[in-house]
Design a protein. Structure first.
Length: 238
């Protein structure tokens, strides 16, 4: 597995954890090498994967700009500035477009593969704030179905996972009580997510689902299988 993340230390720690468990992982994580908003950076991640492993079997997209400067200014349609919209869509949506465009031809060449896109429960419109974030994740659901409709017949499984509010490093640090209370009030669960249970939940929710289904998992179905939650979480796993 190759882990790309704008958070170098987090990606490296995850790769080491995978190696200790008997797997083989390479961390490609410095900001200049992997940034979902940078097409060349995405291509470098793909090239490194092929160099290390000889090909690509699947892609897991986990990406969002969760920084206070961006998500912290993402409120309602009347109050959210255009630069927040542009940054949110560039990372959260177009970042996935970049990775899929770079990876899908390789999966087709190998005769198939899997793409898992992490969306969010916010895509369903239950969060009264964060309008740009919710819109970007709703678009990710459509992107997931688009890939399934066009390439499912070529043995490409394309699925989405929609976690609830997961209390990873960023959420713990920001400790936004208003956001937590809003999620518990408007969401369909009685608890907040635990990132320690996310890998199991992700595996149980997505790998064998028919292509094109965005899977609504419980709050424990966290997105961050790379084991970290950076303020600007640009991540992909190959």
């Amino acid at each position: 597995m190759v882990i790309g993340d704008i958070n170098t230390a987090g990606a490296t720690a995850t790769a080491e954890q995978i190696a200790r468990s008997g797997g083989r992982a390479v961390a490609v994580a410095v900001a200049v090498e992997f940034d979902l908003a940078d097409t060349q950076s995405v291509q470098s991640l793909v090239d490194r994967t092929i160099e290390e492993f000889g090909g690509i079997d699947g892609l897991h997209n986990v990406g969002a700009d969760l920084s206070e400067h961006n998500l912290g200014r993402d409120t309602t349609i009347l109050d959210t500035e255009m630069d927040v919209w542009q940054r949110t869509l560039d990372v959260n949506l177009l970042g996935y477009v970049r990775t899929i465009q770079a990876v899908l031809p390789h999966l087709l060449e190998r005769g198939g593969g899997a793409i898992v896109n992490t969306s969010s429960g916010a895509a369903l419109g239950t969060d009264p704030q964060h309008v740009a974030y919710g819109a970007s994740k709703a678009a990710v659901n459509h992107l997931t179905r688009h890939v399934a409709v066009n390439w499912g017949k070529h043995n490409i499984r394309s699925n989405g996972v929609m976690p609830g509010l997961v209390m990873g490093e960023t959420q713990e640090r920001q400790n936004d009580l208003q956001l937590q209370q809003a999620f518990l009030m408007f969401g369909k669960t009685t608890r907040l997510g635990n990132p320690m249970t996310s890998p199991r939940s992700l595996l149980s929710c997505s790998p064998r689902k028919p292509s094109g289904l965005p899977v609504r998992c419980g709050a424990s179905a966290a997105a961050r299988t790379s084991g970290n939650d950076a303020p600007t979480a640009d991540q992909a796993e190959l």
